[in-house]
Design a protein around this ligand. Structure first.
Ligand code: SAM
Length: 246
């Protein structure tokens, strides 16, 4: 089976993405470990350390009384990133005021659902940190999600995204593509009994824009780009992009 997404109407594409994650929800964390050989845990720890949640915020200009950070974790799934951020705030900064709202389109991943492309229930300029980890690749309208991120962030607020990206070394890229296209659907079949969903995941990685292209989309939403704008992890298998709302 093959999930051809390119010729599918937008509305149907969204429901198919929903179906993929409904299907993988129960085995999701276990599959991540298998597929990335456990490396996704190191990336996630690195991502959270680099954001340093719970540290004193100098940029919070519209409410100096507020204690802790107001974090929005989009496509937060089972809360892997959210709980890491709270642990960091508590253990490193002894901060018990930082809050993380987890948002996801999928009710099986989460009790409360929302589509990242349109979140009218989240007021503008209320969020200190917006995170989206291994989520935006699946969004139908990625630019709309970036524009929403820009809207909900406070001036000075940070957008941070970790996503599969483009490998920067041709030889390693060839090995990586072989692993992706043959091993991952097979592991999906064996462990989750679902080859098609994992085939879709591989294809979505392939279709996602390059580091530079994605940086351009973040800029287009209105963000200021700090430094080079992104950091490659494991030769670009994943990349962390950041933007700051001016
Ligand atoms: N951030 C978590 C992590 O790293 O462990 C979960 C990532 S999981 C690969 C991707 C998540 O994106 C799924 O839970 C899926 O339901 C969610 N998702 C897909 N499209 C979405 C959308 N348009 N809005 C919000 N969430 C979406």
């Amino acid at each position: 089976t093959h999930f051809g997404f390119t010729d599918v109407p937008e509305a149907e594409k969204e429901s198919r993405v929903g179906a993929v994650f409904s299907s993988v929800a129960s085995s999701y964390d276990q599959m991540n470990d298998l597929m990335s050989l456990g490396i996704h845990r190191l990336w996630k720890d690195h991502f959270v350390r680099s954001l340093n949640p719970g540290s004193p915020l100098s940029t919070r200009i519209n409410n100096p009384e507020q204690k802790g950070w107001n974090i929005l974790d989009i496509a937060g799934g089972t809360g892997d990133i959210a709980f890491r951020m709270l642990d960091h705030a508590t253990n490193i900064h002894h901060d018990i005021d930082t809050r993380v709202t987890i948002s996801d389109i999928n009710a099986q991943m989460l009790a409360e659902g929302a589509n990242a492309e349109h979140m009218p229930h989240i007021p503008s300029e209320t969020v200190d940190l917006y995170t989206v980890v291994f989520g935006i690749r699946n969004f139908t309208d990625k630019q709309a999600a970036l524009n929403e991120a820009f809207r909900v962030l406070k001036p000075g607020g940070v957008f941070a995204c970790m996503e599969f990206s483009k490998v920067d070394n041709p030889l390693f890229d060839a090995i990586y593509k072989r692993w992706n296209f043959s091993a991952i659907p097979m592991i999906g079949q064996l462990v989750a009994g679902d080859r098609a969903s994992y085939q879709y995941l591989v294809e979505s990685i392939e279709r996602f824009p390059s580091q530079e292209e994605f940086k351009g989309m973040i800029q287009k939403a209105g963000f200021m780009i700090p430094g080079r704008g992104y950091e490659n992890l494991t030769c670009g298998i994943a990349a962390i992009h950041k933007g700051i709302k001016p």
